[in-house]
Design a binder for this molecule. Structure first.
Ligand SMILES: NC(=O)c1ccc[n+]([C@@H]2O[C@H](COP(=O)([O-])OP(=O)(O)OC[C@H]3O[C@@H](n4cnc5c(N)ncnc54)[C@H](OP(=O)(O)O)[C@@H]3O)[C@@H](O)[C@H]2O)c1
Length: 381
């Protein structure tokens, strides 16, 4: 099928264009005539414009904008264009928005999604139009996302994957792979280990509870900020429950030492960061491991390494990508994850599905610590 020529009506774009004129000029140049683009195949229903969430500056949730008027990106010879159906919401988006991690503008958030391949570059060999894919990528709080077909963090689900599977896979890739890789590679959790999990009813937290408490046979000491959240952590495999709204982190540390008869925990999986790092140092056992992997309360202060000597402690500040950047690593862990999900051994707890345009409301709720499990965005088709 030959690619259609897509004309952009300048007058309909310019006055309301949400993007900087520089980016707009590039997008316009790219999307002016798709017939000249190196496309092998394309469905006929790819529009010129799409709905996206974007922002032009760092700040609070108010910087988030929703528009229908954003150019659909074009693909290069090695790329595919995916029409997204569901996207997963992760806490990391808040770090980019606040400027904790660097960004360029306009910025379209989103790290994981699932959808259908609707265009293929001329050198792409491993995808067909209509294939369903789940992927870790960027810019997917949008109807359309381009992906390098050689990218290693895409799973081709074939043509038959159901909408329900797309939702579940979009909901689980980042948080599931984070939990799965960290309990093997950051600290290899063993049966009967005592493990501290903070934000234990969050997206990553509920998966850690299950993997450690139900599958590995460890003892999860869960910290969360309400009794409802702790009940959820318990349902998912946590054994000891500590409420951070009722106890200070110092008091929580004392409780953990009591639970472990003064020995402390073999590892901490701590995503709260700044507020809880001193607690981690206090409760980690001799020869134990602190896995500090998030900044929900702010970035951990610089650490004097001599503080690790009294108990011969190891500290890691891992990121997921460091464990899945090679193709065989991603393949191994994503297969393990989907096997666990498909067999029903691992439950992905979807808190709520918001329409894309309500991402702002979703993140306000998440940042106010009101959510448990996973938030998913449904993308308009
Ligand atoms: N290193 C990596 O590669 C990697 C990968 C994935 C996720 N992460 C990190 O893992 C964490 C969990 O991610 P998620 O997407 O599953 O989010 P989440 O746990 O669902 O949400 C964050 C939770 O952090 C807790 N929290 C503690 N102090 C907070 C504060 N001052 N402000 C806001 N929240 C606070 C809240 O639980 P309570 O109210 O119960 O305390 C809140 O529900 C995030 O920090 C994320 O950045 C890191």
């Amino acid at each position: 099928m030959s690619a259609p020529v897509i004309k952009v009506t300048i007058s309909s774009v310019l006055p309301f264009s949400p993007i900087s004129s520089f980016t707009w000029r590039i997008s316009r140049a790219l999307s002016f005539n798709l017939a000249k683009a190196p496309i092998r195949k394309m469905t006929t229903n790819v529009p010129e414009k799409q709905a996206v969430i974007y922002y032009q500056q760092n700040g609070g949730p108010d910087v988030l904008k929703y528009t229908f008027d954003y150019p659909v990106p074009t693909i290069t010879a090695n790329e595919i264009l995916v029409k997204n159906k569901y996207a997963g919401v992760n806490y990391i988006e808040t770090y980019f928005r606040k400027g904790i991690y660097p960004t360029t503008f306009p910025f379209i958030p989103g790290r994981e999604a699932a959808g259908e391949v609707v265009a293929i570059g001329k050198d792409v060999a491993n995808y067909n139009i209509g294939d369903k894919v789940a992927y870790i990528g960027t810019k997917n709080f949008a109807q359309f996302t381009t992906l390098d077909s050689k990218k290693t963090t895409i799973i081709n689900l074939g043509k038959d994957a159901s909408d329900e599977q797309l939702k579940l896979y979009a909901a689980s890739l980042i948080q599931g792979l984070t939990a799965l890789t960290f309990i093997d590679e950051a600290y290899k959790v063993k049966e009967d280990d005592f493990i501290l999990v903070t934000a234990a009813a969050g997206g990553v937290g509920l998966i850690l509870d299950q993997l450690i408490g139900k599958i590995r046979g460890g003892h999860v000491i869960a910290v969360a900020s309400s009794d409802e959240k702790l009940a959820k952590a318990k349902e998912n495999g946590a054994e000891f429950l500590l409420n951070s709204s009722k106890l200070s982190y110092d008091e929580i540390a004392d409780e953990i030492l009591k639970i472990t008869h003064g020995k402390g925990v073999q590892a901490t999986f701590d995503s709260v960061g700044k507020d809880t790092f001193e607690m981690d140092l206090k409760v980690v056992a001799r020869k134990g491991t602190i896995v500090s992997f998030g900044n929900a309360s702010g970035t951990v202060e610089p650490l004097l390494i001599n503080r690790l000597s009294p108990k011969n402690v190891k500290v890691l500040r891992p990121q997921l990508y460091g464990y899945i950047s090679e193709a065989d690593e991603f393949k191994y862990y994503s297969k393990s994850l989907f096997d666990l999900i498909d067999s029903g051994k691992l439950k992905i707890d979807i808190y709520k599905v918001y329409p894309l345009k309500e991402y702002k409301e979703a993140t306000i709720e998440m940042e106010a610590r009101k959510t448990t499990g996973k938030i998913v965005l449904e993308i308009p088709q």
